[in-house]
Design a protein around this ligand. Structure first.
Ligand code: ADP
Length: 603
């Protein structure tokens, strides 16, 4: 970020991390102009020999000649009269090769690098480049002198881990430009590689890195100019988790919410989704977790094997904030994560963003709103909570980019409602916005029914929205059968409740049979063992095979003399199916169990 040295404002008040500033007048007696969300630098007075600190802050509110800014760092020592410099830029991230594999804080400071140089915490006022300025990348241009380009067009490619990283015309370029110079070879991200002549005749140098303001969607201008189109999600993001893919699917480019009562298996579920989903790149925002958990994320995640080879970290970016970091940085981290995700989507990749947790993000927003003394809404959250949540999830989606490739950004947000109370405002706003709800329940976790997603409270609108995909890819009856099985689970639950009052004797043989079927479906299909090499991941073809076979067995007409006979049959059937789940697909065990199931279940 460029840092002009002339102060344009002075501090007139400090309240926690909110600092009020008064703009100075220029030579004509006018206030220096300042805009909302602009980044300013506060320069606390220093004593002799001390390093001049520059504390980054974002403008939240502007009144005539005055502004309230939120400082991303501790405001200790900031006092009335301190100089303020404007950067003329909004809070931005650096986009370019070298993002993958990084662990950043909410302001894109690379945490590992800082840990190496300064210990675990960044000294106040220090800013580290988001992308290593020394490393060289091999740039292969696809444009020539004379090529006409517009914002978002492909200029060249760079190999980045196992991906082809597209270097694109800066997304904020207006109109058309002509390439006047281009060079091929190995360069740092700040070395110019292309020169453009703009419509007004000016020249602009382009390097492999560009900056983008985090609060603005990367493709905002590209959509407005018609260079990009938003498309309806057309296929599911396959997670290889049976309960999700079959019963509560999430679309590629869709949105989902996971509430996480403590110990219900949220961390394990997120790990599974990151590892096995059919996405190219995973961005994880760990927002406001306790410091210990963040350290766990940083140390464990990099070593997780990727089912596609290498480690998961090769195709992952982690944004980490602990609750010990200032509230503003916590609030910003989600936007940093989304912007990086959108950038890779722009290259035509399928990106998954997991934001954990959006409740902490909303709490950061509430704290700020409180300090600004805004009129509070429900539970002191700002009145704009709902629209902020909606705006966040709207940045997910499927997009056709400049070169007609398709990229998707799937956003899964977790919420952590206090005491598991889903009625609280953040959960409610989220549920109104997302299209899939994977309701993790403490009760199911207690029964060790993992993944502890409760089928009775979960839902997915994509089951209907993606009905064509399911019909064409799996079978025309797929969605109908899934809904019938969901109904069976509900019926089973009703019978179970009845039995709690009346005992087994109090229900009919028919009801008892339904209950046993529902139990079997739950144990065989919904539950899946994350710690078994085979069962951890069920590809969709295998899901289809299993679902079809299970359905046949459940539908097969049989006569039972009594409840004991029902129970005996289903104990055996469930056991065989579970053995099948633990067997490698199409290995000898698999074939043997399938045969035994057919003999038992379809006789
Ligand atoms: P949370 O993050 O919600 O506090 P975790 O994800 O750490 O909870 O899960 C707690 C424990 O539950 C795990 O250590 C593991 O033993 C068990 N568990 C969670 N999910 C699964 C799963 N899908 N399969 C098997 N065990 C699980």
């Amino acid at each position: 970020m460029t840092t002009p040295n002339i102060p344009t404002a002075r501090v007139i008040g400090v309240r926690d991390d909110i600092v009020s500033i008064r703009m100075l007048r220029d030579d004509e007696g006018e206030y220096h102009p300042i805009t909302k969300n602009e980044v300013v630098l506060i320069c606390p007075q220093r004593h002799d020999g001390e390093r001049q600190e520059q504390l980054q802050a974002e403008v939240l509110r502007v009144r005539h000649g005055e502004a309230d800014v939120q400082v991303f760092e501790n405001t200790r020592g900031v006092s009335i009269g301190d100089a303020v410099q404007q950067t003329g830029q909004m809070l931005s991230v650096a986009l370019g090769p070298g993002l993958l594999g990084q662990v950043y804080d909410g302001l894109q400071n690379p945490l590992e690098l800082i840990a190496g140089q300064h210990g675990f915490f960044l000294p106040r006022g220090l800013e580290v480049d988001g992308i290593d300025g020394q490393q060289k990348w091999s740039f292969q241009p696809v444009v020539k002198v004379g090529t006409r380009v517009k914002a978002g067009d492909l200029l060249g490619r760079v190999p980045e881990s196992r991906f082809s990283h597209k270097i694109m015309v800066p997304f904020n370029l207006r109109g058309e430009a002509e390439v006047t110079w281009v060079q091929e070879g190995s360069f740092t991200v700040t070395t110019p590689v292309v020169r453009l002549r703009l419509e007004n005749g000016d020249e602009r140098e382009v390097c492999m890195q560009q900056h983008w303001p985090v609060r603005v969607p990367v493709n905002r201008d590209l959509l407005r100019e018609g260079y990009n189109q938003r498309l309806y999600p057309q296929q599911p993001m396959l997670t290889s988790i049976r309960l999700i893919d079959t019963f509560f699917p999430v679309a590629l480019g869709g949105t989902a919410c996971i509430p996480g009562p403590f110990g219900a298996g949220k961390t394990v579920l997120q790990g599974l989704i990151s590892r096995y989903s059919n996405v190219d790149i995973v961005v994880i925002v760990a927002c406001g977790e306790r410091a210990g958990e963040v350290v766990e994320t940083i140390t464990e995640f990099p070593n997780m094997p990727d089912p596609r080879g290498g480690t998961l970290m090769d195709r992952t970016v982690i944004i980490c904030n602990t609750s010990s970091m200032p509230v503003a940085a916590r609030e910003a981290s989600i936007y940093t994560g989304i912007t990086i995700s959108e950038y890779y989507r722009q290259m035509g990749y399928n990106v998954l963003l997991i934001a954990d947790s959006t409740s902490r993000w909303a709490q950061a927003m509430r704290e700020t709103s409180g300090r600004l003394e805004e009129i509070p809404g429900e539970e002191a959250f700002p009145a704009y909570l709902d629209s902020a949540v909606r705006a966040l999830y709207e940045r997910a989606g499927l997009v056709q980019t400049n070169d007609h490739s398709q990229g998707s950004l799937t956003l899964i947000g977790t919420v952590s409602p206090a005491g598991g109370n889903f009625e609280e405002p953040v959960t409610q706003s989220t549920l109104r916005t997302v299209k899939t709800f994977l309701g993790l329940s403490a009760e199911r976790a207690y029964k060790r029914a993992y993944p502890a997603v409760d089928p009775l409270i979960s839902w997915s609108r994509y089951l209907d929205q993606l009905a064509d995909w399911f019909a064409q890819t799996l079978s025309p009856q797929w969605v109908g059968s899934v809904k019938r099985m969901l109904e069976l689970i509900r019926q089973g639950e009703q019978v179970q409740q009845m039995m709690q009052v009346t005992g087994e004797e109090g229900v009919t043989l028919e009801d008892y049979l339904d209950w046993q079927k529902a139990q079997c479906l739950d144990q065989v299909y919904l539950q899946q063992d994350a710690f078994d090499d085979v069962d951890a991941s069920t590809p969709i073809e295998r899901q289809q095979e299993l679902f079809t076979l299970l359905l046949k067995c459940l539908d097969h007409p049989r006569e039972y003399p009594d409840k004991e006979a029902v129970r005996a049959h289903f104990v055996q059937l469930t056991g065989l199916f579970r053995n099948l789940n633990y067997s490698r697909h199409d290995g000898p065990d698999y074939r043997r169990y399938r045969q035994e199931i057919q003999q038992l279940g379809l006789a």
